[in-house]
Write a protein that binds this ligand. Structure first.
Ligand code: IFM
Length: 452
């Protein structure tokens, strides 16, 4: 790695994290692996979607992505060199079960066994997400998450993977951001499977929640005490745009759709009543909530993975408003205090469950300079301020154990293709060369000192 002068590691704030606090980074299968047609992997909805004209910027796909499937060893070396002690990645369901269920693809499963072993060899704890949006196309053809059966197939898949990897993975995450499937996959249609269908969207929400609970139940027999399971939820603090009672009411309503629809069933075995009432006008979701489902969804979990990117402000008329500087992602307002607010709110409303941050980051307009380095000062400032917000939350009693930045390296950013660069490590897609950005060196210093 190019070495940075000590002064380049600034700015730091002198805030020390508790001993044992774990720093890491996150990725997901479709965004980095590539090797779409290698070793028996079956197609997923993202193969279909990205190959459909007009769906992804510049017609780009994850066919090659960062070629991590072939470069995993040097990628793990890089993680180690940067000093990280935890790496969150996802397993591609259709690499393990090409048909979504049925025969296991041993070569696919072996890839993840090697990855997990490789992490342990390097002293890095694996944190595994079972589902990061890449539904097997075979299941989508049968109705995908609209179809209750998909929740049971997910639990079967979870059990297979838990049996194969078990306690070698100390922390398992069931679903990544079920809300994004609802909102982007089924409301706006900007993500696979590209539907604009509110009636279906909330049925999909329930079946994902059910899948989470069934998977927790299915995995437990293969895991020992101490191995932990939880969901990964993207939580957006919703604020009134002004002091009016109507804006406050609208913010509470939106909070139902953004946060409580996912947190309440998991922690309280109940959907929020105001949100259910609002959904009743647009979706038959309630008809799909069968006896016992909420108990299943409320199956005890061991940790909650929080992903924070942006706040949302709502006006008295229910419109959203932007009040803070935007990143290159049109939807992201940069507001570190939102991370503090959401972490403390989770503790206040849902109890003292251990928390891990499994995503937080931003895209910046990164380029390789004439000296071969990538100066992403904006990312350093962003992380410094968000780490400080996490530090404040810990000081105020939040049980936050670890922080995984999004992302380890530049990758396929869904409908934006390769246009947005979210990584600590720059990827030159023409050569697949990895160049740790200035933020990676800065982060390495934070990790070394356990201090921002
Ligand atoms: O890249 C995504 C990730 O897959 C899920 N959370 C948000 C990130 C940035 O958009």
């Amino acid at each position: 790695m190019p070495v940075l002068a000590q002064s380049d590691e600034k700015p730091r704030l002198g805030l020390s994290f508790p001993e044992g606090f774990v720093w890491g980074a996150a990725t997901s299968a479709y965004q980095i692996e590539g090797a779409a047609n290698v070793d028996g992997r079956g197609p997923s909805v993202w193969d279909t979607f990205s190959r459909s004209p007009g769906k992804v910027r510049n017609g780009e796909t994850g066919d090659t992505a960062a070629d991590h499937y072939h470069r995993w060893q040097s990628d793990l070396d890089l993680i180690k060199q940067l000093g990280m002690r935890s790496y969150r990645f996802s397993i591609s369901w259709s690499r393990v079960l090409p048909g979504g269920w049925g025969p296991v693809n041993a070569k696919g499963l072996d890839f993840y066994k090697r990855l997990v072993a490789g992490l342990h060899e390097r002293g890095i704890a694996p944190m595994v997400t079972l589902y990061h949006w890449d539904t097997p196309q075979t299941l989508q053809d049968l109705g995908g998450w609209e179809h209750r059966e998909t929740a049971y197939r997910f639990a079967d898949y979870a059990a297979i993977v838990a049996q194969a990897l078990g306690d070698a993975v100390p922390a398992w995450l069931t679903l990544n951001e079920p809300k994004t499937i609802v909102q982007n996959g089924y409301l706006s249609g900007s993500h696979a499977p590209g539907r604009c269908d509110p009636a279906a969207a909330y049925v999909v929400a329930h079946h994902q929640m059910l899948a989470h609970g069934l998977a927790v139940q299915a995995m437990r027999p293969y895991l020992n005490n101490g191995t932990r399971i939880g969901p990964a939820l993207n939580l957006h603090p919703c604020y009134p745009a002004d002091d009016s009672a109507q804006a406050v009411e609208q913010a509470h309503k939106l909070d139902g759709f953004e946060n409580r629809l996912y947190l309440d069933p998991i922690f309280k075995s109940a959907y929020p009543e105001d949100t259910l009432a609002a959904i009743a006008g647009i979706s038959p979701m309630a008809d799909h909530v069968l006896d016992g489902d909420l108990k299943t969804i409320g199956e005890p979990i061991d940790l909650l993975a929080v992903q924070y990117y942006t706040p949302i402000y709502v006006t008295a008329s229910g419109q959203t408003e932007q009040k803070h500087p935007l990143s290159k992602a049109f939807w992201q307002q940069i507001y570190p205090q939102g991370l503090y607010d959401i972490l403390t709110r989770v503790k206040k409303d849902y109890g003292d469950i251990p928390l891990t941050i499994t995503e937080n980051g931003l895209p910046t307009p990164d380029e390789v300079g004439p000296d071969g380095t990538v100066n992403d000062a904006g990312r350093i400032a962003f992380f410094r301020d968000h780490f400080a917000a996490a530090h404040r939350a810990i000081a105020d009693g939040v049980n936050l154990e670890s922080f995984h930045v999004w992302s380890l390296m530049d990758n396929f950013e869904w409908q934006e293709g390769y246009d947005e660069r979210w990584g600590l490590v720059y990827v030159d897609y023409a050569t697949q060369q990895r160049i740790p950005k200035r933020s990676a060196h800065w982060y390495s210093g934070v990790i070394r000192d356990n201090q921002v």
